[in-house]
Design a protein around this ligand. Structure first.
Ligand SMILES: [Zn+2]
Length: 421
């Protein structure tokens, strides 16, 4: 007996045994992991989770691995911050941030990769790979190194230098492709087809890979004493992350770990590449975008694989989608850092900027308990941020120089202190 039955088509329901497959042979729909939820309900408990590893693997009963072949660098078990200062700045009573920048390779992609590379080991494959805008590449590089597997990573040639340095250090084969992420993804898919004993984490074993993202919902609910927030906000790229978070909350209700999963879910995507947000805002089809330029490279997917499902998930929940400009994204990075001490990359800036817009437009209410997912670390995108920061002033090492520089500011501080007394 296992908690995993196999794979199942999201569209027509055709079932398949667990294997290296991502598309239904009957209708070409996407496949999902098919769990025996009664079995899971009988074997899971809050106490068992609390006694588990301090990583995503504390939720192993709801993840698709059927052996102990875990490749665990410690992804997950991240702090849910009560964001009082950002909440006050935006006009929200109860705001929380789950900070993913502290994962082993500094983004949420460690969750999905840990699950995918572990499952790849279970399938006894010979190499792993991915198409990536940078964060996934680092995660795959690190987990492949830990597993002792060769890795083949396809990236668009234009991504941030900081991300390229990070992925190269783990020693994978990195192939920079002239073109967009969609071009790199298409080439990686062709390579996956010609090497059936290689596992491309976000391509041919995608059904297992996306399961890792559900743990964001599990971890949030556990830290809220097994309650589900009123409204959650996630970034949109392929759409898979948002769908997985939504699914995660519903599964907690299915297995009885929360009493009810009644929540809205909203997304945010950079305005210059926002096929899903536009579809939500206009309630029409997801139209692929080409020839775009945005600072949020890790969200720049013009043809989102799960766009249709992300749009449906958002609208069915009563949520909405935002599409902030690049300038608003940069401003939001500064706002988050200066109110909460969290330094995120433009993807996280997009989410916080989207949150701000959704509050301003009334789609998020002041009294809702809101959780925002900040998915990556600002240190990876320093070249983008440098342009929006002032270089520090240079002075001689003399107290008089310091006083001259700061005298106007110090006067204001002293006046404020006098008023307070
Ligand atoms: Zn099907």
């Amino acid at each position: 007996m296992s908690h995993v039955i196999g794979l199942k088509c999201r569209e027509c329901g055709t079932e398949y045994p667990a294997g290296i497959q991502n598309t239904c042979y009957e209708c070409f729909g996407p496949l999902e992991v098919n769990y025996d939820w009664d079995y899971v309900s009988d074997h899971i408990s809050k106490e068992k989770i609390a006694a588990g590893p301090k990583s995503i693997w504390r939720y192993a009963d709801m993840l698709p691995l059927e052996s102990e072949k875990r490749v665990d660098l410690g992804a997950g078990f991240n702090k849910l911050h009560r964001a009082e200062r950002l909440g006050a700045a935006l006009g929200l009573d109860e705001l929380y941030i789950l900070d993913e920048s502290v994962n082993p390779t500094n983004s949420f992609k460690d969750r999905v990769t840990s699950v995918a590379v572990s499952k790849a080991l279970e399938f006894d494959i010979k190499a792993v790979g991915c198409a990536s805008t940078g964060n996934l590449a680092a995660a795959v590089g690190a987990h492949a190194a830990k597993a002792g597997l060769p890795a083949y990573i396809f990236i668009p040639a234009t991504i941030e230098l900081g991300k390229i340095v990070q992925m190269l250090v783990y020693g994978p084969n990195v192939i920079a492709v002239e073109g967009t992420y969609d071009d790199a993804n298409r080439l990686a898919s062709e390579v996956a087809d010609s090497h059936p004993d290689w596992a491309f984490v976000n391509i041919n074993i995608r059904p297992y890979y996306t399961e890792g993202s559900k743990t964001l919902a599990y971890e949030t609910a556990e830290q809220l004493n097994w309650q589900v927030p009123d409204h959650v906000v996630a970034p949109l790229a392929s759409g898979a992350l948002l769908c997985a978070i939504s699914r995660g909350y519903k599964e907690l209700e299915r297995v009885g770990l929360v009493d009810r999963a009644d929540f809205k879910i909203s997304g945010s995507q950079p305005q210059n590449c926002s096929p899903i947000s536009a579809a939500v805002q206009n309630n029409n089809e997801v139209v692929p975008v080409r020839n775009f330029e945005t600072v949020a490279h890790s969200l720049a997917i013009g043809n989102p694989a799960d766009g249709y499902y992300a749009k449906k998930t958002i609208l069915d929940s009563g949520g909405f989608a935002a599409s902030p400009t690049d300038a608003e994204i940069i401003d939001a990075i500064h706002l988050l850092a200066r109110t909460e001490g969290i330094f995120t990359e433009p993807a996280g800036g997009t989410t916080v900027a989207g949150l701000k817009k959704l509050v301003e437009s009334g789609h998020i209410r002041k009294d809702e308990r809101v959780v925002v997912y900040v998915t990556g670390n600002g240190l990876k995108a320093q070249d983008t941020l440098l342009k929006s920061l002032q270089r520090p002033p240079v002075i001689k090492p003399m107290i008089s120089e310091f006083e001259r520089l700061f005298a106007p500011k110090l006067d204001i501080h002293e006046q404020k202190a006098a008023i307070a007394i």
